[in-house]
Design a protein around this ligand. Structure first.
Ligand SMILES: Nc1ncnc2c1ncn2[C@@H]1O[C@H](COP(=O)(O)OP(=O)(O)OP(=O)(O)O)[C@@H](O)[C@H]1O
Length: 798
């Protein structure tokens, strides 16, 4: 498993400390020791020097993170380097000591960061963007264009987005024209100076006009840039929320066979994370591309008009271009926040309820294991509503740790130097030409004004070109994502919905639901191809208690699964109150049937929600939730937990910390004690029986405690498998007492406790009916059931 430190660069919603997407970790190539002293620990700690840093993609191997060897040497993780170093020392990372840690409140996160780092590796070369990536762009854009058009139409329906979008587009277009205007004014100004030197006269009106124009352009440039950024951010958030919410809805509505399709799941996974929504990125990139293209075209126009008649300037342009490229490479190598991050000790903690629950809901719809419960519980809508509510509460609060500005100290200085190196570079070009003019006027390629215009335009064009390149490359990916998004949005579920409401009137269910299997055969879509249920027929009357018995693998669970239409049968008919289940509205069937599957799941939500989701209308009603927990036998142990009903079985978001800071940190080689921060609070593991009690409580919430008495059929698949004998006895007694006249079906292979009270026992083997009747009848028959019963009694007596 990766250390939580590695998680910092990953998506927030990663679980179990394991990366699933592309990620990078910091590796160090160690050269002969270049000692440096820790500013915090005085002279007692000496660190080996590491002078180069590279980012190397990790591959997940046996749950561990390994970096690929490179030709230059074998990369070592910080922890491996530590092993040969100094004695380990117990240090309390005191988050409250400003000389040790920097505290940042970043949205939903509290973040403490080791401030002892002194960056030594400032450079990291990046390969230039590949041409190949750009070549496939037009094709991708062409194929995906209908989807992009649909996205733009959809974006227009987001409240307020039309205004934002229009303004943003105007800003971008204006901003893209301004640099050329600025260049033009500059050249006019220089031209005027040249004329003034030659003729000793100045046209004051023109001078004022030019100076005024320049001021206006400069103010506009800055103003539009910040306004554009602001609008961009707001626009992104609004559109992002809408698309994330829609994608979540799509994911939540998928049925089991559709969700089981790995390609569907992959697309869903990549879509609904709010921070990473490719559609938001797509919309922004489309505008950016447009703006870059306008900017590029106008500047080319300026350059073209200037160079007309100055063909000797081509050589000069080449020199300037190369110099400019070198500058860009240096700028590209500047330290970025992501490269700096993760090298020191840090801890990040979140207790934001909205963020935790939003992440929990995301895991819930993403993972296959929860799907059956979501579908059978008809939870698609309620989880979507909950998700929207959490998103709304989160509003613009940042949730992504990567946005904390981690670049400080020297690295920051280096960044600033590079940011400002651009002007001296341009000045250098001008100086060079000035000297040429002075030394040999006839060899000078341009006049001073033209020179200024050319160098500035070249410099600006260069920027524009790389920006355009990035936009084009990004667009290709965006188009693909947008296309996948809409294909998924439009994808129908594999289980078609019925049209008939069920029940036709609500009182129909007060006496339970009758269930009939008529020559039913079924095989799993991803199974062996053999019928798991084979020409099975039986009828359970309204209000009966039925127990389905049979050996392992005989098809008991499958029968219950078919009754909630998780899958559709291959042949025959299943009737509920005499109606073919396929004709009934799915949502109604799932409302009328409460089910506890053998592989029940505990959602990555607080226990209160896990139980409350049994009755979405009473999700916040703690009295009802407590009552359901009492019935399910979960109340007692939940009350004993420190966070009671707010406890998670598994937190959907883990706090993060770095127990192994790099060699550059003052904390290198020491052990950490973060206990004061109480990280990862609110999580509690449960025994199998306790988990089953929580799942049972959810079923009780739906069927017994619910404010709406709409359940007519209760299905329990081995509900006592993980319970101790006393809990099992209590449960069955309670169930018999509380069910009223609802129909109840159990599946069990340990049937002693139940079958004697059953109105009907169905004995199946290999998906076929062997015997049916009550206990007395079947014992009299002395067939398979009696054989099984006697075997269990013998086991008990011997
Ligand atoms: N999702 C699935 N995909 C493919 N095959 C499955 C699936 N679930 C069950 N099966 C197969 O269907 C058959 C019946 O399984 P089922 O779970 O209904 O039996 P069961 O009687 O409930 O068994 P147990 O008593 O062990 O719970 C088994 O052969 C099983 O391997």
């Amino acid at each position: 498993m990766l250390s939580p430190a590695a998680q910092i660069g990953s998506d927030d919603s990663e679980r179990d400390g394991v990366f699933k997407k592309s990620l990078h970790a910091t590796y160090f190539f160690c050269h002969p020791p270049a000692p440096s002293l820790s500013p915090l620990m005085g002279s007692s700690i000496t660190l080996s020097g590491c002078t180069e840093e590279l980012e190397i993609p990790l591959v997940e191997l046996n749950g561990d993170a390994k970096g690929a060897d490179t030709a230059e040497g074998t990369p070592l993780l910080g922890s491996e380097l530590d092993s040969d170093s100094e004695e380990k020392e117990q240090v309390l990372f005191d988050p409250n000591d400003p000389s040790m840690a920097r505290y940042t409140k970043h949205g939903v996160w509290d973040h403490w960061e080791d401030i002892s780092l002194a960056p030594t590796s400032l450079f990291k070369l990046k390969l230039p963007h590949t041409i190949a990536a750009k070549i496939k762009v037009p094709r991708d854009v062409y194929r995906g264009w209908p989807y992009v058009a649909r996205m733009l139409t959809d974006m227009a329906t987001v409240e307020g987005s039309k205004t934002y979008f229009t303004f943003y587009l105007i800003m971008s277009t204006l901003s893209s024209v301004l640099p050329s205007l600025d260049l033009w004014y500059n050249s006019q100004f220089l031209r005027m100076i040249e004329v003034a030197v030659e003729t000793r006269t100045v046209n004051k009106d023109a001078l004022l006009r030019i100076a005024g124009g320049q001021v206006v352009v400069s103010v506009l440039q800055r103003g539009l840039r910040s306004l554009g950024n602001h609008l961009n951010e707001r626009f992104d958030k609004r559109v992002g929320r809408k698309f994330a919410s829609r994608a979540f809805r799509v994911a939540a509505r998928l049925d089991v066979p559709t969700h089981g399709d790995s390609s569907v799941r992959q697309t869903i996974d990549s879509l609904y994370y709010y921070d990473e929504n490719p559609l938001t990125r797509g919309s922004r990139d489309v505008v950016q591309l447009f703006s870059d293209a306008v900017n590029f075209a106008t500047q080319c126009g300026v350059l073209f008009s200037v160079l007309q008649g100055h063909y000797e300037g081509a050589q000069f342009l080449l020199v300037v271009g190369i110099l400019r490229l070198l500058y860009d490479i240096a700028a590209d190598a500047a330290p970025s926040r992501s490269r700096y991050r993760g090298r020191g000790a840090y801890a990040a903690k979140t207790t934001d309820d909205d963020y935790l629950q939003k992440s929990g809901l995301e895991s819930m719809v993403a993972q296959d294991s929860y799907r059956k419960d979501i579908v059978a519980g008809g939870l698609g809508d309620v989880v979507s509503q909950q998700y929207d509510r959490r998103m709304h509460n989160l509003s613009d609060k940042p949730t992504d740790l990567r946005h904390i500005d981690a670049v400080t100290g020297l690295a920051r200085v280096w960044q600033i130097i590079l940011d400002h190196a651009e002007s001296p570079f341009d000045v250098f070009c001008q100086m060079y030409t000035c000297l040429q003019v002075v030394n040999s006027p006839s060899s000078a390629p341009f006049s001073l004004s033209t020179l200024h215009l050319v160098t500035s335009t070249v410099s600006s064009l260069n920027n524009q070109l790389s920006s355009l390149g990035r936009s084009i490359e990004g667009i290709s990916d965006d188009v693909l994502s947008i296309r996948r998004y809409y294909e998924t949005v439009d994808m129908p579920n594999k289980i078609p919905d019925g049209l008939t409401p069920f029940p036709e009137n609500e009182f129909d269910l007060s006496n339970g639901i009758s269930v009939e299997f008529k020559n039913v055969s079924f095989k799993y879509p991803d199974g062996t191809g053999k019928n798991v249920i084979d020409n099975l027929s039986f009828k359970i009357e309204q209000g009966q208690l039925c127990v389905i018995v049979g050996e392992n693998g005989s098809g008991k669970s499958t029968i219950l699964t078919l009754l909630t239409r998780i899958y559709d049968i291959s042949e025959g008919q299943i009737l509920l109150n005499g109606h073919d289940i396929r004709t009934l509205r799915l949502a109604d069937v799932r409302k009328a049937v409460a089910v506890l599957y053998q592989e029940y799941t505990i959602f990555p939500l607080p226990f209160s929600q896990n139980i409350g989701l049994g009755d979405p209308n009473s999700l916040e009603d703690m009295d009802m939730i407590r009552q359901a927990a009492e019935l399910g036998g979960a109340a007692e142990f939940i009350e004993e937990l420190p966070h009671k009903y707010g406890t998670y079985l598994e937190r959907p978001v883990y706090d993060r910390w770095d127990p192994e800071p790099s060699k550059h940190s003052a904390y290198a080689g020491k052990e950490f004690d973060f206990k004061d921060l109480k990280l990862d609070e609110g999580e509690s593991d449960l025994s199998g029986g306790q988990k089953q009690r929580i799942a049972l409580s959810r079923t009780f919430m739906k069927s017994i405690v619910s404010s709406e008495n709409v359940v007519g059929l209760l299905l329990f698949d081995e509900p006592s498998a993980a319970l101790d004998p006393k809990a099992e006895h209590d449960l069955f007694t309670r169930l018999r007492k509380l069910r009223g006249s609802k129909t109840m079906i159990f599946s069990s292979h340990r049937f002693g406790k139940l079958t004697r009270h059953a109105d009907l026992i169905i004995y199946i083997a290999k998906g076929q009916l062997m015997e049916a009747g009550n206990h007395v009848e079947l014992m009299k028959k002395d067939g398979e059931y009696a054989k099984f019963w006697n075997m269990q009694v013998e086991d008990f007596l011997s």
